[in-house]
Design a protein around this ligand. Structure first.
Ligand SMILES: Nc1ncnc2c1ncn2[C@@H]1O[C@H](COP(=O)(O)OP(=O)(O)OP(=O)(O)O)[C@@H](O)[C@H]1O
Ligand SMILES: [Mg+2]
Length: 358
């Protein structure tokens, strides 16, 4: 969506965005916004008062990012902060389209996944997901327990061209060694006691889509060898099968362990590590991005109180300070659980420091 008094420039920008797949429309400031992916305002003489209702519609109605191109170099910082990005008049169309496109993708990713956070670490992570999502390369997601590895894996899939195909998550630890192999690769009739029928494995079922291998560090060495073969040759055998089966599956693996350490004690294959670690996303622990804690708390309070239909009277500043200073060994999952217990079991008034369960 482009709103402007300067139509020639706006037209060129709209064409630029269209070339890379983003739909925009030309409107003047007093029209209402249609369904589109971003709002782009060319500000002449910084007539910001005219843009107020557009900004509100974009934020509350469409929930899309708003960019400004300032013809006026002297916007105040409050004015700048109203926009997701302010471009100088001298910025090239290509730059506006590239940077603007990334902001649009990041916002879409947030809407698809519910990922919250404004710290540099999170913004960089979102940026990386946006870059990584479109290609088919294998991704290794690392980070402590509860930092959002599965959420990120789902986000990669949801932004990728595979999004209409299956996303299948497998927890490696939840299955015994023999069961894991037949789950992943399937089995033929009579392959083992109890295999009364032939069955497709998860690799076959996720053909065209994405398979998420959680807790990859726990995978038994024998299965690691088979996985390596899938990565190298894109083919495998069902358990007890002769025929080799080809699949087109994107693999995303996750671990909270230090795989290099596991390699050094012989529990993880070095060659598999290199095959998995083509693209890496490392999620920071919550204690390294404490500025996001109040945002996360607010969002989880809203979500949980809506879900349980409970009014929540709020959290005092002192109590929020304690939450912000805590070390969160269980990261976001721990924070989410704590919020849930405060909403459900809370004292029915504003939470004070002494109400925080220890
Ligand atoms: N940045 C975030 N914003 C909002 N919610 C998040 C964020 N990161 C994680 N969560 C939520 O925290 C919980 C834990 O996330 P997730 O299951 O993805 O973590 P994980 O790293 O896979 O944990 P584990 O190693 O224990 O499997 C989920 O409910 C998820 O929705
Ligand atoms: Mg997980």
């Amino acid at each position: 969506m482009i709103s402007t008094h300067n139509l020639p420039k706006a037209g060129a920008l709209r064409d630029g965005f269209k070339k890379v797949g983003y739909e925009t429309d030309l409107v003047t400031t007093d029209e209402s916004l249609q369904d589109s992916e971003a709002v782009l305002l060319v500000l002449t003489n910084a007539r910001l008062d005219e843009t107020e209702s557009l900004l509100r519609q974009a934020r509350e109605g469409l929930r899309v990012p708003v960019f400004a191109i300032s013809e006026n170099e002297s916007l105040s910082s409050t004015q700048v902060s109203q926009f997701d990005e302010v471009f100088k008049r001298s910025a090239s169309i290509a730059d506006v389209v590239l940077l603007g496109g990334r902001v649009i993708d990041r916002q879409r990713l947030r809407q698809l996944t519910g990922i919250i956070g404004e710290t540099d670490a999170i913004l960089q992570m979102l940026e990386r997901v946006v870059q990584i999502a479109p290609v088919a390369s294998t991704v290794l997601v690392t980070g402590e327990s509860g930092t959002g590895k599965e959420l990120v894996a789902r986000g990669i899939h949801a932004l990728s061209p595979r999004r209409h195909k299956p996303f299948i998550a497998v927890n490696v630890v939840a299955l015994s060694d023999t069961l894991l192999e037949s789950e992943l690769f399937g089995h033929e009739k009579g392959a083992f006691t109890g295999a009364i029928d032939a069955r497709k494995g998860l690799f076959e079922l996720s053909d065209g889509g994405t398979i998420f291998l959680d807790e990859i560090g726990e995978m038994p060495l024998a299965t690691q060898t088979k996985l390596l073969r899938v990565l190298e040759q894109r083919e495998f055998h069902r358990v007890g099968g002769e025929k080799s089966i080809k699949v087109d599956v994107r693999i995303i693996a996750a671990t909270n362990q230090d795989l290099r350490q596991l390699i050094s004690i012989g529990e993880f294959r070095r060659d598999l590590f290199f095959r998995l670690n083509v693209l890496n996303i490392e999620l920071p622990p919550l204690r390294e991005r404490r500025e996001d804690i109040p945002l996360l708390v607010e969002s989880f309070v809203r979500e949980v109180s809506e879900h349980h239909d409970r009014e929540f009277p709020g959290i005092s500043a002192e109590a929020m300070q304690i939450l912000s200073a805590y070390s969160w060994p269980g990261n976001i999952r721990e924070l989410k659980n704590l919020v849930e217990s405060m909403v459900v079991l809370g004292p029915g008034r504003v939470i004070r420091p002494e109400d925080i369960p220890t």
